[in-house]
Structures are given as C-alpha cells and as structure tokens.
Design a protein around this ligand. Structure first.
Ligand SMILES: [Zn+2]
Length: 169
C-alpha cells in the first residue's frame, strides 16, 4: 500500500511540477504575475512568474506560458501553422492570408518570414525532442519544454536573461 502511494505521488510530481526553464530545478517559488494579450480574444491572459532559487542558476525569473501562447511572438502556435500552410506552402496572396487570419498585411509578411525558419525547425525538432510526438496530444504536459526550446532557438539573447513577455511579431 505504501509503495502504491509513493508511485502515485512520484508520477503526479513528474507530470505537474514546475521546473526552472534554465536549470530544471524544482527549487522555485511563485514571483508575481503579468498579463499578456490573448492572441484570439480581446482579453488578457494572466501569466504566473517564478523565481529560481538555485544559487548556481544564471536565470532569476521565468514564466510558464499556457498553450497555445508562445514566448515573445504575439501569434499562437496554430496561427503559425495556418499562416505557413496558406502563405508559404500554398502560396496564397498576402491579402488573402491576412484576411483569413484577421491580421494586417505587415504582420502577415513578418509571420511568413518567421515561418520559413520556424516550421522546418519545428518538424526537425519534433522528431528528436522529448515533446516531439506528444506535444499536440498533451500540450499541458509538454508545452513548457517546447516553449523553452523555441525561446532558446529563436531568441537566444532573451532566453539567456530570463522572463520574456513582450511580443514583437
Ligand atoms: Zn534555475
């Protein structure tokens, strides 16, 4: 019976425990919140910020974004996929893509340029990363790992200094 309880406790920890996005320690505390614009609805999403307490870790604060929010970029994961398929793969005119996504043509252009790097990286990483085959089946569990890798690849300077909550796309 005790063994069963320990197993249940350990599996719950491995699934739900927040870890530092830099050093992966669980030695963290909550450290305030901030708001991000919801990329789909005209509302704000409250984001929890954490403080890493490990003395060896260069990161001070970090946050864990909920699916489908991405670090730094304003568009969702789904918008990137749709934008890529329409604009890059099917080569639909920018005016059509911006109309369907309900974003300006300038943003559509920047999204298309970003997707030229993002989509090939995503499909490559999906074959080798732990989150790869599981991300879309269980985003609540794997989203933090994916967004960590995303930040490290596309915004390494920002990833080095910690919390990233300003959108630029
Ligand atoms: Zn840390």
């Amino acid at each position: 019976m005790v063994c069963m309880l320990l197993k249940i406790d350990q599996s719950a920890k491995s699934v739900n425990q927040v870890r530092c996005s830099r050093c992966a320690t669980t030695l963290i505390i909550r450290h305030g919140t901030y708001f991000r614009a919801d990329p789909v609805r005209p509302t704000l999403v409250k984001i929890q910020r954490y403080l890493c307490k490990s003395p060896e870790c260069p990161r001070r604060t970090f946050s864990v974004l909920p699916f489908p929010l991405l670090p730094i970029v304003r568009h969702t994961f789904g918008t990137h996929i749709i934008g890529y398929v329409l604009g890059n793969a099917l080569r639909r005119p920018q005016s059509i893509v911006s109309g369907l996504l309900e974003i300006t043509r300038g943003r559509t252009k920047r999204l298309s340029e970003f997707c030229r790097e993002f989509i090939p990286w995503f499909y490559h990483e999906a074959k080798i990363a732990d989150w790869g085959t599981n991300l879309l089946q269980d985003p609540a569990r794997f989203w933090a790992d994916f967004t960590r890798d995303f930040s490290q690849r596309f915004y390494p300077a920002r990833w080095d200094i910690g919390d990233q909550h300003n959108s630029i796309l």
